[in-house]
Write a protein that binds this ligand. Structure first.
Ligand SMILES: [Zn+2]
Length: 396
């Protein structure tokens, strides 16, 4: 009998079977498709173990036939392929006056998205409305089926044990048990701080890197997340709240009550206010307008000051996301130069990149959390069914 690597405890046969199934699943997810022999060699498992695992996932439609292989006669054998469209996950971004809903496939591709005007209020009617929107999508979109769950990107701090929203200043919500939200849904629900979901998604897409500080910049402020080994680092819930670092204790008033926070200087409203609230116009005109160009350079100076503190303290790559990212192309060099104005960083190597997702980064990241849960074997295949009338969602 095999032993657990860490505890030395004997694993029962069922646990070993489950671990092997998950290894088959994860390898095929990563590679797309493989032959039975490749699977056997790469995982160092016996043929019967591979066959058993593959059959189990085939029954649920998650593995399927891939490319045909050459054969000496008879029915052509085929590779075993991961079916990325077999399961889906929903992501929801909660904003003060809107909700964004996306549905992604297992690869993280958005197959459906919609925005609803819905004023946030912490009432049963609000959460039920979101649940109804998701149910409608599943009813009307034939491509979308077998929902793993609903990830909610929330503009607030979720406590370490994940059971309470401790503080959501933007929405005026404090100490709200997550169960009060979850019970209005027909699906498994996971609630996470929005910057964390966006950061998690960025690292998921950037397969080369598992660690980074992620910065989300929106009209209203700057938020951050710390991703370590592909996982969200939460601390007790506040980790990554870089937006409220003090850049100048006697500086500009921030909505949090403090003065001189990064958010106070680098919320995008600081720029759009020069162009009647139109950020596109600001960036279109700044090249020809001295006043706008100065505002942009001052903005980057504050931004760089904050980044230098983050790089000095974390020594991690920085990924910039949110609405700012699309305007930053071609501007990174100037930002890096300003970071290097800090004497300690003058000759240091650091990496500042832009998130490559164009839209819905927070909602997509929230949905991706369910994809990871599934690949880690934390969602049983039998549970991916609608709660309604026991309707079987995965091929029985
Ligand atoms: Zn602040």
């Amino acid at each position: 009998m095999e032993k657990d690597f860490l505890t030395g405890k004997r694993l029962n046969t069922m646990a070993v079977k489950r671990i092997n199934e998950i290894r088959i699943l994860q390898l095929l997810y990563r590679e797309g498709e493989l032959t039975q022999t490749e699977l056997k060699q790469m995982l160092d498992l016996s043929s019967p173990t591979i066959t058993q695992g593959v059959q189990m996932f085939r029954r649920h439609g998650i593995l399927t036939d891939g490319e045909a292989l050459k054969s000496s006669g008879g029915r052509k054998p085929r590779k075993i392929a991961f079916s990325y469209q077999a399961l889906h996950a929903a992501g929801v971004e909660i904003r003060p006056h809107h909700v964004e809903i996306v549905i992604i496939d297992m690869k993280g591709r958005v197959v459906f998205s919609e925005t609803h005007r819905l004023n946030y209020e912490n009432t049963p009617a609000y959460w039920t409305a979101i649940n109804t929107h998701i149910k409608d999508i599943i009813c009307h979109e034939p491509k979308v089926q077998n929902l793993l769950g609903v990830g909610i990107a929330f503009p607030g701090e979720v406590s370490f044990n994940g059971n309470v929203i401790e503080r959501a200043t933007v929405l005026g919500l404090y100490n709200e048990p997550l169960d009060n939200i979850k019970r209005h849904f027909d699906y498994d629900v996971y609630i996470e701080n929005g910057a964390n979901t966006a950061g998690f998604g960025a690292i998921w897409r950037d397969q080369a890197n598992a660690d980074a500080v992620y910065i989300v910049v929106t009209d209203d402020g700057v938020a951050g997340a710390i991703i370590l080994e592909g996982h969200i680092y939460r601390g007790s819930g506040k980790a990554g709240a870089f937006g409220h670092m003090t850049l100048d204790p006697n500086g500009k008033q921030c909505f949090c009550g403090a003065k001189g926070c990064w958010t106070a200087y680098c919320a995008l409203s600081n720029l759009s206010s020069y162009a009647d609230g139109d950020l596109d116009a600001f960036f279109a005109k700044k090249g020809q307008d001295h006043k706008l160009q100065t505002a942009w350079e001052n903005y980057l100076t504050s931004f760089a000051r904050a980044l230098s503190i983050i790089i000095l303290s974390m020594d991690l790559d920085v990924i910039i996301g949110g609405k700012l990212a699309r305007y930053m192309r071609g501007e990174l060099e100037m930002l890096e130069e300003k970071v290097r104005e800090h004497p300690v960083l003058r000759n240091e190597q650091f990496s500042i990149r832009l998130d490559n997702i164009e839209e819905n980064g927070l909602a997509v990241g929230a949905a991706l959390i369910f994809v990871r849960k599934f690949l880690e074997g934390k969602i049983s295949l039998d549970s991916t069914e609608s709660k309604e009338e026991g309707q079987q969602m995965i091929g029985s």
